[in-house]
Design a protein around this ligand. Structure first.
Ligand code: FRU
Length: 470
């Protein structure tokens, strides 16, 4: 198995394919992660639920496959995405069986070593009548007002994405309530939201009446991106006030699942896909991984705050610091000969007037393979360029923008690099995931150059991060 690009502190299965995280639950003091998994090959197909457990949401131990298709049953062609709930002391799972798409239930044993499918599946055999729907999948369930509620992702033909709302008093009998929210695919302000929505998540922030609706927007089965909508929920209908991309890496980050842990935090884990030809995944023997867990909060002014969970700091191995005052045109080596492809950079910038600051992370001495990150505080964007990160012409890379929100005269960045996956957090408000595949990701040099603006001070830390496998 080619391991050069295999991440060390991002979760991925021992081998073969993964896509969406499923069934996230904090159960009996441990975190359980299930995920869409093809156990036979590093490409999508034959969907099972893989399973892993963690004491701290950071270190993971692989467990046997939790759910597999049952011949002759509603999930004979695959166990698609779904969620987990604590149903008054019992762990209960909901997922979509295919084909046709129908909602199914399963109950876990007390230590979650076994999950038994409900004998009378499916619990919702077909979409509500009278609607021309495209897709009917990915149940997300929560409890509120002494009722159980479920949302399911779908699209209305020739209109756009929709989320269908159901309720139940006993978890097995579900009634259709109506459309929680639908949005025309002709609307593009502030964002196009595609023709169909997968993997809806609907959560309330404690101490606030605001709700977050996360949907993964797709067109013709092609992931576009995940959209976060913040707004109000009245009379069983959601009305968004703010609509934004949840991750600016577009289709690279998709289908997150949100859950609340026993400490009351709202946490999201998404699927980060490959950005290289499928034959490379065949050779490597693996494809797809889970993002770092992200904590979601609301700021006092009602903005969505997104930050990597604090527990990740325990992975830090060694610490180097650099601090510079750059004037226009200055270049400086911040960190040279960094000896692990699995690192975190924490960077604070201060400036008196708008700046354009370029960071480059070069994987060899002649600069032929490098990532660049350009911070342009005048335009309010960070540009992440992976187009020359790999000398391999079959891996063209991308150039993508991440907006800067909450700008003053300073900026904070957290940059996670893990051999072929990058996550960049800007001011704990916007995030971008990306993939890059240099020939040797394990040694790098980080440089900074002030392209415009009078001066900029940089205080940076570099940490090697440990592996997360238990
Ligand atoms: C999202 C998705 C879900 C579906 C699952 C199948 O990536 O398409 O809608 O349940 O993946 O693997």
């Amino acid at each position: 198995m080619i391991s050069t690009h295999r991440p060390k502190y991002h979760f991925l299965p021992p081998q073969n394919w993964m896509n969406d995280p499923n069934g996230l639950i904090h159960w009996q003091g441990e975190y359980h992660l299930f995920y869409q998994h093809n156990p036979d090959a590093p490409f999508w197909g034959n969907m099972h639920w893989g399973h892993a457990v963690s004491p701290d949401l950071v270190h993971w131990r692989h467990l046997p496959i939790a759910l597999a298709p049952t011949p002759g049953s509603p999930d004979a062609d695959g166990v698609f995405s779904g969620c987990a709930i604590d149903a008054k002391g019992a762990p209960v799972f909901f997922y979509t069986g295919v084909f046709p798409e129908a909602q199914c239930m399963a109950v876990g044993s007390h230590n979650l070593s076994e999950i038994v499918k409900y004998a009378k599946n499916p619990i919702i055999p077909e979409p509500p009548p009278g609607l021309e729907l495209a897709g009917f999948r990915d149940p997300f369930v929560w409890q509120e007002d002494n009722h159980w509620w479920m949302v399911i992702g779908s699209g209305i033909e020739d209109y756009g994405g929709t989320v269908l709302l159901y309720h139940s008093s006993n978890l097995t009998h579900w009634e259709y309530v109506g459309q929680l929210y639908s949005r025309s695919q002709n609307e593009t302000d502030p964002l196009y939201t595609a023709s169909m929505w997968e993997c809806p998540n609907f959560v309330r922030f404690d101490h606030s009446n605001k709700r977050l609706l996360l949907i993964s927007a797709c067109d013709f089965l092609q992931p576009k991106y995940t959209v976060a909508m913040l707004g109000d929920y009245t009379d069983r209908q959601f009305q968004p006030e703010k609509i934004q991309k949840f991750d600016h890496g577009d289709n690279i980050y998709y289908a997150p699942q949100v859950f609340k842990d026993d400490t009351g935090r709202t946490i999201a884990i998404g699927w980060i896909s490959e950005d290289r030809p499928p034959e490379y995944a065949e050779q490597a023997g693996w494809a797809g991984l889970a993002s770092l867990p992200r904590e979601l909060k609301l700021s006092s002014s009602g903005e969505l705050l997104i930050s990597p969970i604090d527990e990740l700091k325990q992975l830090r191995l060694n610490h180097k610091t650099a601090s510079y005052q750059l004037n226009k045109g200055d270049k400086s080596d911040l960190f040279t000969g960094v000896e692990s492809g699995s690192v975190e950079y924490e960077i604070q910038l201060k400036y008196v007037e708008p700046v354009e600051l370029l960071f480059s992370i070069a994987f060899d001495t002649d600069d032929s393979e490098k990532l660049t990150i350009v911070i342009n505080t005048r335009d309010g964007v960070v540009k992440v360029d992976t187009t020359i990160a790999s000398a391999d012409q079959n891996i063209p890379g991308n150039l993508r923008d991440c907006p800067i929100v909450n700008q003053g005269n300073d900026l904070s960045l957290r940059l996670f690099l893990d051999r072929s996956v990058l996550e960049l957090y800007v001011n704990d408000r916007t995030v971008m995931s990306a993939r890059y595949y240099p020939v040797n990701p394990d040694i790098s040099n980080m440089r900074a150059e002030l392209k415009s603006g009078r001066e900029c001070s940089i205080i940076a830390s570099c940490y090697g991060l440990k592996s997360i496998c238990l």
